[in-house]
Design a protein around this ligand. Structure first.
Ligand SMILES: Cc1cc2nc3c(=O)[nH]c(=O)nc-3n(C[C@H](O)[C@H](O)[C@H](O)COP(=O)(O)O)c2cc1C
Length: 177
């Protein structure tokens, strides 16, 4: 059973000792989740293995953020960024994550993807990301589904520029300070 409970609005702080790591297959289905992932999210290994990574998706995060992530990974590039996710019991947790494709030596084939994340504890920064997400989501949700990512990407670019950042990774870097 991986039934998720409604969102509570409460935060599950990620401790410094909880370094979260996951690996997916080329389709984004979870092939490995470390004990910190299970501890923070409240899922068991059986509940997540073979499931799409959106099992921890938080609805506050605009769709275009994941479009940027997937574009980079499918291009064989690395990506880092702030993520807001949900736990099984409906809390949310913030991390700074590093994502990269798993590339087979020799053939260059992408055989999966990996992410490694740590928590961060700057409440004001979390609020800034919430504001950014909300601004972009409003634009996305005003569009029919087929148009949401395109409109979101445009809104994201504008919202980041207004805040003095060239892209999502630059703003996310603040979580490393
Ligand atoms: C290695 C890796 C890690 C990912 N981590 C997350 C994550 O922590 N949270 C999340 O919502 N999506 C994550 N995704 C993206 C999901 O696969 C998915 O694109 C996203 O949740 C949007 O889902 P949706 O299309 O159902 O809205 C990850 C993907 C990969 C390849």
């Amino acid at each position: 059973m991986s039934d998720k409970l409604p969102l509570t609005g409460n935060e599950r702080q990620v401790k410094t000792s909880e370094i979260i790591s996951t690996r997916t297959d080329p389709q984004g289905l979870i092939a490995f989740a470390n004990s910190a992932f299970l501890q923070v999210t409240g899922f068991t290994s059986d509940e997540v293995l073979g499931k799409p990574h959106n099992i921890v998706r938080h609805p506050d995060v605009p769709r275009c953020i994941y479009s940027v992530l997937w574009q980079a990974l499918r291009d064989g590039e690395t990506f880092f960024g702030v993520t807001k996710n949900r736990t099984k019991s409906g809390e949310h947790y913030w991390t700074f994550g590093y994502f990269h494709p798993d590339i087979k030596a020799g053939s260059g084939e992408i055989v999966g993807f990996r992410s490694t994340r740590k928590g961060f504890h700057d409440a004001q920064l979390k609020q800034s990301f919430d504001e950014l997400f909300s601004e972009v989501s409003q634009v996305e949700l005003a569009q029919p589904r087929a148009e949401q990512v395109r409109a979101g990407l445009e809104a994201l670019k504008k919202a980041l520029k207004k805040r003095g950042f060239s892209d999502y990774q630059s703003m996310s870097r603040l979580a490393l300070a």
